[in-house]
Design a protein around this ligand. Structure first.
Ligand SMILES: *Cc1c(COP(=O)(O)O)cnc(C)c1O
Length: 401
């Protein structure tokens, strides 16, 4: 009998690529009376958070914290640095890159979108070619997504940086690190990024509600004369207030307690260990997918994402894909597990397994077993033993202290 009761026992498995599971330590830290955001106690909290979050971005630059979802951080990056009609170069890695492009158009920017097929990451040679051609330097910014959450493809940002440098072009570099921050190695300073866009509910293991911009000197200098309309998102007033540990408006106080805790957890584990943990779980997941006889969206092994895996459903003998959302519904109803849906043009034939944030080997094995049991119940043809492949890989690769 399937488990159709409304209070299933055990924990829900939230295996979507964000929001991710919030660890108990973070929940406890947020379980705190809301305090006066103009008090000395708040000042102490915000100074700690503003300093520790820089380490997560691997930067010495200021990091702006907004009470918003990640979409707000996209907007903040654009409106603080650009002017009406400015040309920006963007790259179609998938659904999130497409959404950012649409936003830039709504903000009256002139977007050039380098098209691609959603199966691979950024071809930086195309960026270099376009910038080299732009002798008049009409392109003001290059905006790219580091880890494309719709496809499970991670682009090489250092290569994009080199492409900009080789073309001797002054364009700013903006990077969406929303689903890579604190899961996949990301280096704001070393990669010469001008604005890094992040948020709370993915690798940082927090509930939704915090948006982040890490901002370079060059980005701050450009913001002085950029004329796009902005008010809530203005960096200058926030930077000014942050000097004393305050905000120009009410900050998300309790989420900041959570952020202080999640930064502590990540820094205690060590960022390198965090990245290795994600890489190992991603590899175990891919081995399960291949053992099932299925394909990944990502077609370039050098670009496999460590934070999520996008799986292509098999086709039936009429050439139709088995329904990915029906599979997801069956898994939710019977096993109380949420998996990511196929976004945009991937709708119905792709599903995504999130393996970022707060999970361990057994959570992952349970997740993969749930997917395999779902195939069985949904009548999706698969080869048995994917979860077993993951078990074998994980037991052979236990990290040594
Ligand atoms: C989740 C996500 C976003 C959107 O963030 P919201 O918090 O939903 O506004 C943007 N970009 C990427 C790559 C994401 O994974």
């Amino acid at each position: 009998m399937p488990i159709h009761n409304s209070h299933p026992s055990g924990r829900h498995f939230l295996q979507i690529p964000g929001p991710t599971n919030v660890p108990d330590r973070v929940l406890r830290a947020m379980d705190h009376p809301t305090i006066d955001h103009r008090s000395p106690e708040f000042q102490k909290l915000s100074k700690k958070v503003l300093s520790n979050i820089k380490q997560i971005f691997q930067t010495q630059c200021p990091v702006i914290i907004y009470p918003a979802s990640g979409t707000g951080a996209w907007e903040a990056a654009l409106v603080n640095t650009l002017s009406r009609g400015d040309r920006v170069l963007m790259y179609e890695t998938g659904h999130f890159a497409t959404l950012w492009k649409k936003m830039a158009e709504k903000l009256s920017l002139n977007v050039e979108f380098i098209g691609d097929d959603w199966h691979r990451g950024i071809d930086s040679a195309k960026i270099e070619a376009r910038l080299t051609e732009d002798k008049a330097h009409s392109i003001k910014a290059v905006c790219v997504v580091h880890n494309e959450t719709s496809t499970g493809v991670t682009s090489n940002i250092l290569e994009v940086r080199r492409a900009i440098d080789k073309s001797r072009h002054p364009a700013l570099l903006f990077v969406d690190t929303i689903s890579s921050l604190a899961s996949i190695d990301y280096r704001h300073d070393e990669w010469g990024v001008d604005v890094s866009v992040g948020c709370s509910q993915k690798g940082l293991m927090l509930p939704p509600g915090i948006a982040l911009n890490a901002i370079s000197e060059k980005a701050i200098a450009t913001s002085k004369y950029a004329n796009l309309q902005r008010s809530f998102w203005s960096w200058d007033e926030i930077l000014e207030a942050n000097k004393n540990g305050f905000w120009p408006y009410t900050p998300p106080t309790n989420l900041l307690y959570g952020l202080a805790e999640s930064c502590d957890m990540l820094l205690e584990e060590g960022l390198e260990n965090v990245f290795n943990r994600h890489q190992r779980h991603a590899e175990a997941t891919r081995r399960a997918v291949w053992a099932w006889g299925m394909q990944l969206m990502c077609q370039n092994p050098a670009e496999y994402s460590h934070s999520l895996t996008a799986v292509v459903m098999p086709k039936d003998n009429t050439g139709q894909y088995y329904d990915a959302d029906k599979l997801r519904r069956i898994i939710l109803r019977n096993f109380n597990m949420s998996l990511g849906t196929g976004l945009n043009k991937l709708s119905g034939w792709v599903f995504r397994i999130g393996h970022l944030g707060d999970l361990n080997d057994l959570t992952l094995v349970g997740t993969l077993a749930g997917v395999e049991m779902g195939f069985e119940l949904a009548g999706v043809p698969y080869q048995k033993g994917g979860a077993q492949e993951a078990v074998s890989y994980l037991s052979a690769t236990i990290p040594k202290d």
